[in-house]
Design a protein. Structure first.
Ligand code: FAD
Length: 557
């Protein structure tokens, strides 16, 4: 039987993993990778750390070379070769050599598109000025590094507070530059909710990054000395020697559109569960495709290396006759910001509201490992679960240690359709330096399941703030702080009464029975005990989720 000829467009995350898996599955297939740039299989995720000097050698970013692909896997790699056109009726592609301009037509049996996503570069006045960069590949990094060195750049303005923007902020600061971050929204990392993002804002300010939120850029003014004034929507000017645009990415659908392949409502290439496009002989993977959000069921774009790699592998299996399917994406991601880690998986509050999914949330502030073992750190975790059946819908967490481990566990729970009752039962690693006998994941499960079972009624600080602002004449609940006096002395929420948990039983007659009672403590645990006590004494009581620790994170109006 004649061997199949499989052509792959794009030789990095999705394309390279598809090619390597194809060879493992089919020793006979003819496999070609076409890559517009000079490198294949490089570590995009490491690029910011190379700018910062944390990754010292450029070579370390080259995961595999064309020679390695040829020698080890018998895969032909054509770098500096841009695929310009797909001729679906003839089943060929037109490939132009970037250097010579020469064009060649290659026939295929199966075509795989993994062209990635292009950084957004809005057409703002002055955006073409030298010294303004986006970051996608090694060539971009080389240009940024050269500019910084040759100009001895000291002031950087980063535009956009997403994954790449934050990583660039950290790495430019690592080079001892003065860094300003401008973000159009009122928070960084829109994948998480505002109160969780607020921890990142605090960290940035502590690290002396100048942070401007709700500050969309409107233009760039180039000065005579080649510095740039970045002007924001409020007319403020931010002086820069170098500007990094990290304003998000857009699926690169140029080829797919030209070939008449279906594009989905989000702007990504439409594919089925097997990553097949509207043409059965063409597959597409990675940042360029639209996938199903496995929590909301809606189409979504996910620009992350994990899904791109897995999709590449799935396509290889499907081409080789296996019934592999992509389960959908849930946006599991992590970013480090100086010493802080922010991680997330599944839906956030905005996506759940938009999708109309009934949910509740649990805030916890457990320690990453046993309190008695030195060096424990608190993890602020927000868990979403279905009020219908307890299914876990999403989680986000921030802290200095052990954050991504918990989010990874919850990510797997979401993928397996697990409930908060499963989180209660999860058997996880424990020794004092690593965790606790009740892991933060178990605790989040307990808190959520206690609410679902009706053992405790839960409210949030956002409810309290809303009631105070919109009052509409309703009597406000009485809020009782049940922390010990020493802790109260360190700071308390205004307009609350104080009855320490230890005195509560003796002082029940001080608490009105004709009014709703909300209790809180430091992190939500003592107030849960108080809730159980008061409930059993007939009070109409609710527990403020996450205690003072959550109160401090809430954006204040
Ligand atoms: P890419 O890996 O971008 O590869 C696409 C390739 O296709 C490009 O090299 C492009 O040149 C080539 N191409 C496009 N069109 C053509 C054409 N017509 N002809 C020939 N070649 C073409 N994700 C994470 O999960 N974690 C991280 O920490 C992380 N950090 C990142 C940091 C940076 C700076 C960047 C840029 C991305 C980061 N990502 C991270 C995202 C991750 O790299 C992408 O999600 C992933 O690489 C997408 O894989 P892909 O195969 O779809 O596209």
């Amino acid at each position: 039987m004649a061997s199949k000829r499989i052509l792959i467009v794009g030789g990095v995350a999705g394309g390279a993993s598809c090619a390597a898996r194809l060879r493992r599955m089919d020793e006979q297939a003819e496999i070609y990778i076409f890559e517009r740039g000079p490198d294949v299989s490089f570590a995009n995720c490491g690029l910011p750390y190379y700018v910062g000097g944390v990754i010292a050698k450029r070579q370390s970013l080259l995961v595999a070379t064309p020679e390695r692909f040829r020698d080890l896997f018998k895969i032909e790699v054509r770098t500096r070769c841009e695929v310009q056109r797909i001729n679906r009726e003839r089943k060929t592609i037109d490939v132009r050599q970037v250097i010579t301009g020469k064009s060649t037509e290659y026939p295929y049996d199966t075509l795989v598109l993994s062209p990635g996503a292009a950084p957004i570069r809005p057409s703002l006045p002055g955006i073409g000025a030298p010294g303004i960069f986006t970051l996608r590949n090694l060539e971009d990094v080389d240009k940024i590094a050269a500019w910084i060195s040759h100009r001895d750049a000291r002031r950087a303005v980063v535009i956009g507070g997403g994954f790449i923007g934050l990583e660039m902020v950290e790495n430019l600061a690592h080079r001892e530059m003065e860094v300003t971050l401008l973000e159009r929204l009122d928070q960084v990392m829109p994948q998480v909710d505002p109160e969780i993002a607020s921890a990142v804002h605090d960290e940035l300010r502590q690290q002396e990054v100048t942070l401007h939120l709700s500050a969309a850029v409107t233009r760039f003014d180039l000065n005579a000395d080649e510095t740039i004034n970045v002007v924001d929507e409020h007319g403020r000017m931010h002086l820069a020697d170098v500007v990094i645009l990290a304003m998000g990415v857009r699926p690169d659908v140029t080829l797919a559109e030209q070939a008449g392949l279906e594009i989905g409502p989000t702007g990504g290439i439409r594919v089925d569960e097997q990553m097949r496009t509207s043409d059965p002989d063409i597959f597409a993977v990675g940042d360029a495709v639209e996938v199903r959000d496995c929590v909301t069921g809606r189409p979504t774009l996910v620009s992350l290396a994990g899904p791109a790699n897995r999709q590449g592998r799935i396509v290889a299996d499907v081409i080789c006759g296996r019934d592999a399917r992509f389960r959908g994406a849930q946006g599991t991601g992590v970013v480090g910001v100086f010493g802080l880690t922010l991680a997330m998986t599944g839906a956030n509050e905005r996506t759940l509201n938009q999708a109309g999914i009934p949910y509740a949330k649990a805030y916890t502030h457990s320690l990453n490992h046993a309190d008695y073992y030195p060096g424990s750190e608190q993890i602020a975790l927000k868990l979403f679960y279905s009020t219908d059946d307890g299914r876990v819908l999403g989680a986000q967490a921030v802290g200095r240690a052990g954050v991504e481990k918990r989010i990874d566990v919850i990510a797997m729970a979401i993928q397996m359709g697990a409930t908060v009752y499963d989180l209660e039962e999860a058997e996880l690693c424990y020794a004092p330096q690593y965790g606790s006998a009740k892991d933060p994941v178990n605790i989040a499960g307990f808190v959520a399941a206690n609410t679902l079972r009706g053992d405790v009624s839960t409210v949030y600080w956002s409810d309290w703030q809303q009631m105070r602002v919109n009052g509409d004449g309703q009597p406000l609940p009485l809020v009782i702080d049940v922390r010990p006096p020493a802790m109260v002395a360190e700071g308390a929420v205004p307009d609350t009464i104080k009855i320490p948990l230890g005195e509560l039983r003796k002082r029940l007659d001080e608490i009105p029975r004709d009014r709703e009672i909300w209790v809180h403590c430091g992190i939500g645990q003592s107030s849960y005990f108080a809730s159980r006590l008061l409930k059993q004494h007939g009070f109409n009581v609710r527990n403020l989720s996450g205690g003072i620790a959550s109160y401090k994170m809430e954006p204040k109006s």
